[in-house]
Design a protein around this ligand. Structure first.
Ligand code: TRP
Length: 474
């Protein structure tokens, strides 16, 4: 008998998880923050974090999802009760839901930029463009809140449409074809960029590991990005894990996803920095980096209008297969409370859309509004989530899985003795201590307050949620 709540094939979980992981984080965010924090040392910290913290946290999240077969909030609460721990743990899921709202709000705006470039490529407007014109193109886009809003609206609508239907339909088939295609196209673009740009400069920028060059903030950003790029800490992997078959290996899956995700980020980085250095552009120019360099990649390519538009379509697809994984855990929570799926999607989606307007305005009318240091609202949402709530959520989930669950559960979930021992060591000690260490070292004063507020928030909503649960049972 076919169970409707399990992915149809073992590969599908891997593909769905890769679909969630590979997205704007790899193509847009990784290159631009690597540029901001100076290259190699940042990349090194990021790679080490992926291996020692990202993979075990990924295993913890998918394990918890698969064991509970529920959405993050209910799943953690249920497992806590079964294991005699306080149901306050459910607060981690609620923090994840709020984190998801913030991430999706700006994610959608950035994905909107890709819609703009898709249209501009397709209409041939970017053929033969030079570096100055590419900069002006982006400047004009940023200066128009109306256009940014339209694109943001389109992308949110697409995300909501898929989530309203239910993740399985559409996603499974789409991921099978389009992800491998993105991979191939990315390699073509990288080769082209390497030939036309300065590949040597790009490679030495990304792989000259001088740790002394990295600022404290860079350490934190690299750690935070490891969580962001693997979709960890807010429930995406938890929810997808809850649809995962009981036979597949958690460790193999986690390593496969981490390797594919990292390879995509590194290829994108090599391509983009070849173009940036080859054209004498600024590596640290910020969030516009991808969108300034891509038109240059295609400028001289034969059939550039077609290939440029095609590539942007693949970027959009990668973004969409990630954005749905951000919305799904939030929607799954309300659905589990008996609210209609379509209605939930509409209400949550509208709320996310509204919050997203603050990011739209961060690039124009509110560019000067920097309530914390030099950070616009977009910067605040980005840093608060990547540098604070994602690592916090991820570590709490990993502590929960490795300390609270019984030995029998862990043996059933990770049958191989050696693998389980390594995982327990990483999940119990290495991940929490690593994150604590970097946070204590690098968290700035406003972010420290954000951390305190996030912990207080988790505690508060947990209490409310437990009270509500008790009231319902009475
Ligand atoms: N990992 C995705 C990317 O790199 C974005 C993403 C999806 C995400 N789900 C998430 C980030 C959950 C943090 C948490 O584009």
């Amino acid at each position: 008998m076919q169970n409707n709540n399990i992915w149809s094939h073992r590969w599908t979980f891997i593909l769905a998880a890769v679909g969630s992981a590979v997205g704007l984080g790899n193509l847009w965010k990784f290159p631009y923050i690597t540029g901001e924090y100076g290259g190699g040392a940042f990349v090194l910290v990021y790679l080490v974090t992926i291996a020692l913290i990202g993979v075990p946290v990924f295993m913890a999240e998918s394990l918890l999802g698969r064991k509970s077969r529920k959405s993050p909030v209910d799943g953690v609460t249920k497992l806590a009760k079964e294991n005699g721990a306080t149901p306050l743990w459910g607060g981690v899921g609620i923090m994840g839901a709020f984190t998801g709202v913030l991430i999706l709000s700006f994610y959608s705006v950035i994905a909107g930029w890709a819609i703009h470039y898709f249209i501009r490529f397709a209409t041939g407007a970017l053929v033969g463009i030079d570096a100055d014109a590419a900069g002006a193109e982006l400047g004009n886009l940023f200066a128009s809140p109306v256009n940014l809003t339209i694109y943001h609206t389109l992308f949110m609508a697409a995300t909501m449409f898929i989530i309203g239907l239910g993740v399985h339909k559409g996603l499974e088939r789409g991921v099978n074809v389009l992800l491998p295609l993105l991979f191939v196209m990315l390699i073509v673009v990288a080769i082209y960029a390497g030939i036309n740009g300065d590949f040597g400069a790009a490679a030495s920028f990304l792989f000259s590991f001088e740790l002394s060059k990295l600022s404290l903030e860079g350490w934190l950003a690299a750690l935070g990005h490891a969580f962001f790029t693997l979709s960890l800490g807010m429930g995406s992997i938890f929810v997808y894990g809850s649809y995962m078959s009981s036979e597949s290996s958690l460790a193999k899956t986690a390593v496969t996803v981490a390797v594919l995700d990292t390879v995509v980020a590194l290829i994108a980085g090599l391509a983009i920095f070849s173009l940036i250095f080859g054209n004498g552009l600024e590596a640290s120019q910020g969030p516009g980096l991808l969108f300034v360099s891509l038109p240059l990649a295609f400028a001289e390519m034969p059939g550039s209008a077609f290939f440029g538009a095609f590539f942007m379509a693949l970027v959009l697809f990668a973004a969409l297969s990630s954005s749905i994984s951000i919305l799904e855990p939030i929607v799954a929570f309300f659905v589990s409370k008996g609210v209609n799926r379509v209605l939930t999607t509409l209400v949550v989606g509208l709320f996310v859309w509204l919050v997203g307007m603050l990011t739209v305005f961060s690039f124009n009318v509110l560019a000067g509004f920097t309530p914390i240091g030099e950070w616009t609202m977009f910067d605040i949402f980005d840093k608060l989530t990547s540098n604070v709530t994602l690592p916090l959520g991820g570590v709490l989930l990993s502590l929960f899985a490795a300390w609270v669950l019984t030995k029998e559960t862990l043996v059933a979930q990770i049958p191989n003795d050696t693998v389980r021992m390594i995982w327990i060591a990483l999940a119990r000690f290495v991940a929490p201590l690593g994150v604590t260490f970097v946070m204590l070292k690098a968290l700035s004063v406003p972010m420290l307050w954000a951390l305190v507020a996030a912990v207080a928030f988790v505690a508060l909503v947990s209490v409310v949620q437990v009270k509500a649960g008790a009231a319902r049972q009475a």
